[in-house]
Design a protein around this ligand. Structure first.
Ligand code: SAM
Length: 280
């Protein structure tokens, strides 16, 4: 197996710095640097881009991104035990890696990055979905990022690309497909990680659209779909009643049958409903 850089193998890095995986931080590390370089390539040509990486851990994907030519990487990692290992990567790639020790849910990275910006991450899934929703729902569009290349549990990846009528269709599908092109670009078995998780994983690539597919206010659309899919088996006239007493009229005005269930309603129709809900 060809080395992608002159740094030690990840197993040695983990042993040297005592980085035993912590379940509480969702730590399942990628140890194969050829695989991390392959994931980095899914983010496209990075030579003219800054990359925001969340959760670098011992730095497998970070090394992949740098070896694949990223102009600069800003990596945010919560676990301070990883800092010495990440410093070694910084030294091997002078002026190209900045590391922030902190919680990605609390840090605003924008002051540290220059456009164009792409995002790459292998994160615990709860942090990943929370960040994904935030990155997809800013008030203004286009967002700060051109693309997101993110590892998820396979089941979450399938929810992102799901179509109406399927079990996986819900809030993540609607928010992702409203403002981005989303596709699964890589499948990974549990053995790709150390320790292996219980489930399969997949890498999703989301490319930001210039303008959203249909007009809607992000906060309103988000609230409508979250409420609709919270009780996905119920008819919309009942699951959405808590939003407004005249929900039946608004559903009809948006071209949706009040007796439909959320899982059969298209993205376009949900956007029409969000526009109706935004009216007085
Ligand atoms: N990127 C590495 C890799 O692929 O081997 C590590 C992946 S591991 C699944 C997830 C990483 O995210 C861990 O290093 C963990 O400490 C870090 N992490 C977890 N929650 C975080 C948060 N809120 N902010 C930043 N990093 C976090």
């Amino acid at each position: 197996m060809a080395a992608i850089d002159n740094l030690p193998p990840l197993r040695d890095v983990i042993e040297k710095h005592g980085l035993s995986a912590r379940k509480s931080l969702g730590q399942n590390f990628l140890l194969d640097l050829n695989l991390t370089a392959k994931i980095a390539r899914q983010a496209g040509d990075l030579t003219a881009c800054d990359v925001l990486e969340i959760g670098p851990g011992p730095g497998g994907l970070t090394r992949g991104l740098l070896a694949e030519g990223a102009r600069r990487v800003l990596a945010i990692e919560k676990d301070d035990r990883c800092m010495p290992a990440l410093s070694e990567i910084s030294e091997a790639y002078p002026n190209r890696l900045e590391v922030i020790n902190g919680d990605a849910l609390e840090i605003d990275p924008l002051g540290h990055l220059t456009q164009p910006i792409r995002v790459a991450a292998n994160l615990p899934y709860n942090v990943g979905t929370e960040l994904l929703v935030r990155w997809l729902t800013p008030k203004e569009w286009p967002p700060f990022w051109e693309s997101l290349t993110l590892m998820f549990q396979r089941e979450v990846a399938e929810r992102i690309i799901a179509k109406p009528g399927s079990k996986a269709y819900g809030r993540l599908a609607i928010l992702s497909q409203w403002r981005a092109d989303a596709r699964i670009v890589l499948h990974l078995p549990p053995e790709a990680f150390s320790p292996p998780p219980k489930v399969h994983s997949a890498v999703v690539h989301l490319k930001a659209l210039e303008t959203p597919r249909f007009e809607a206010d992000a906060a309103t659309l988000s609230r409508v779909v979250a409420t609709a899919f919270n009780q996905r088996r119920k008819m919309l006239r009942s699951s959405l009643k808590s939003l407004t007493p005249d929900i039946e009229d608004r559903l009809v005005a948006a071209g949706i049958k009040p007796t439909d269930r959320a899982e059969v309603v298209s993205l376009e129709a949900f956007c029409a409903l969000a526009r109706e809900m935004a009216k007085n």
